[in-house]
Design a binder for this molecule. Structure first.
Ligand code: GLU
Length: 458
């Protein structure tokens, strides 16, 4: 069997992290099995369409390197296919026309809700076919029996037909709904494996009935677990950024994103946490996916991104950073060695290095004066340090020697003295190693910042 899989995003908003996740697993499966990975834009829900969404989805998938072999197909360009399929289903009595009014349908829904039953169409128009339009077309679900399918990850799934709704498959304006369009396309595009998110599991029995009604062979199904927020609720905007472009703009690296997403419900057989896409593809197996919802933890992703940043050459990293800062390339390259160990996202560059480049920085008394030291004492130390530093040739070693010598004389601890100087010269509680920082900052800037702190303490 030729392996053909698809990613079918709906262009209804920002490109979603879940789309990247499902795309990655489909992509890996296709590559592993020498199959075909297809991009299909599911744009039939015209009321939810968002301009630019398709463009952003495409941009995000390309950014991640999840590039398709076929497509993008667009459902809006394939309407005659769905209409023909709806007619076939009506012909074979697997679908029927319905002209129930929105008022009747909402009354029906209310009644069922009162009885605590699932909202479902009552098949009125199946039993007494309507004469006058406008008509929608509904799927005809048998009253009795079961509909079942095999899920590669979850095993056999059985739904009672009485629990499946006679869903609308073609609207009165001729546009199909998701169920019909999805099945017609999956059949037409000879999709061998439908690998999608768990949230579509309850739609699958309807799809199975449509496949059968059209006399088409079923694909194999695999429903991936839903990504969850750290509190285990379904991943949502409120608790996690969900837009792929947000991750791109924050300076997450595509390789780190893919690596982290690969760990959602899947684990490397050798227990590795850090592995590249080729490694993932080589070991990928749908059967190894754990259906329990994996937690998408941005703190862990940031850690992993930092690991990937450190694996990059300084040249490559400096090049990528030019998209995240106005600092000149030469200066980026100079400070890079100082922050490479600590940076987690490329967008942190300015925050981590701003004090090197600014003429004047904000400083706060509270972080300059250490616990147990008085303001006067601190001021005196700063005045003396500036005299010491004024005397030396400016390099890391002389800075270190002179500061340490001075420290031994005054009997302050390393931590207290270094923190005082660090806060004075960078405005921060934490910064790269102090002597490297001062060397990079230069004699003049160091002196003027100490002077500013002294006057702040006066
Ligand atoms: N258009 C659906 C989505 O936005 C596709 C679901 C499926 O894979 O069948 O996710």
């Amino acid at each position: 069997m030729k392996i053909r899989v698809r990613i079918p995003p709906s262009p209804t908003g920002e490109p979603h992290i879940g789309t990247a996740y499902v795309a990655l697993f489909n992509y890996a499966f296709a590559k592993k099995e020498s199959g075909v990975f297809i991009l299909r834009i599911e744009d039939t829900d015209r009321s939810r369409l968002v301009a630019d969404s398709e463009k952003k989805i495409i941009e995000s998938l390309k950014w991640l390197g999840l590039v398709w072999d076929e497509g993008p197909y667009r459902q809006s360009e394939r309407l005659p296919l769905y209409k023909k399929a709806a007619e076939e289903l009506i012909e074979s009595k697997n679908a029927y026309y319905c002209n129930c009014t929105p008022e009747r349908l909402s009354k029906l829904r209310e009644e069922l809700q009162k009885k605590k039953e699932m909202p479902r169409y009552d098949k009125k128009c199946f039993y007494s076919p309507p004469k006058k339009g406008p008509f929608v077309v509904r799927l005809r679900v048998p009253e009795k029996g079961d509909t079942s399918f095999e899920d590669i990850i979850r095993g056999k799934i059985v739904f009672k037909n009485k629990d499946i709704d006679d869903a609308v498959i073609l609207k009165s304006d001729g546009w199909p709904t998701y169920h019909l369009a999805s099945v017609v396309d999956d059949a037409d595009m000879r999709i061998s494996h439908v690998i999608r998110a768990e949230e579509w599991l309850s739609s699958t029995p309807k799809h199975v009935l449509i496949y059968e009604g059209l006399g088409k062979k079923l694909p194999l199904f695999a429903h991936l677990p839903l990504l969850r927020n750290p509190d285990r609720s379904k991943i949502s905007k409120r608790k996690n950024p969900i837009s792929l472009l947000w991750y791109k703009n924050q300076g997450f690296l595509p390789q780190a994103m893919l690596n982290y997403l690969a760990l959602m419900g899947w684990s490397h057989p050798e227990g590795k946490e850090i592995f590249d896409l080729n490694d993932f593809i080589e070991h990928f197996d749908l059967k190894r996916i754990d259906p329990t919802g994996p937690v998408f933890d941005i703190v862990k992703l940031e850690w992993m991104n930092g690991e990937y940043i450190r694996k990059m050459s300084n040249d490559e990293l400096a090049k990528r950073l030019t998209d995240f800062t106005h600092v000149k390339s030469k200066n980026i390259a100079n400070v890079l060695p100082l922050i490479k160990e600590r940076i987690k996202k490329l967008s942190e560059f300015d925050e981590l290095t701003g004090y090197f480049f600014k003429d004047v920085i904000e400083i706060e008394k509270e972080i300059i004066v250490q616990k147990g030291k008085s303001v006067n004492e601190t001021k005196k130390v700063l005045v003396e340090i500036s005299e010491v530093l004024n005397e030396i040739d400016w390099n890391k070693t002389t800075i270190e020697t002179s500061i340490k010598e001075y420290q031994a004389n005054i009997g302050w601890s390393n931590t207290d003295l270094f923190q005082t100087i660090r806060a004075t010269t960078t405005g921060k509680r934490s910064a790269p190693p102090l002597f490297d920082t001062l060397e990079m900052l230069g004699k003049k800037k160091t002196a003027s910042r100490i002077k500013k702190a002294v006057s702040l303490l006066s």
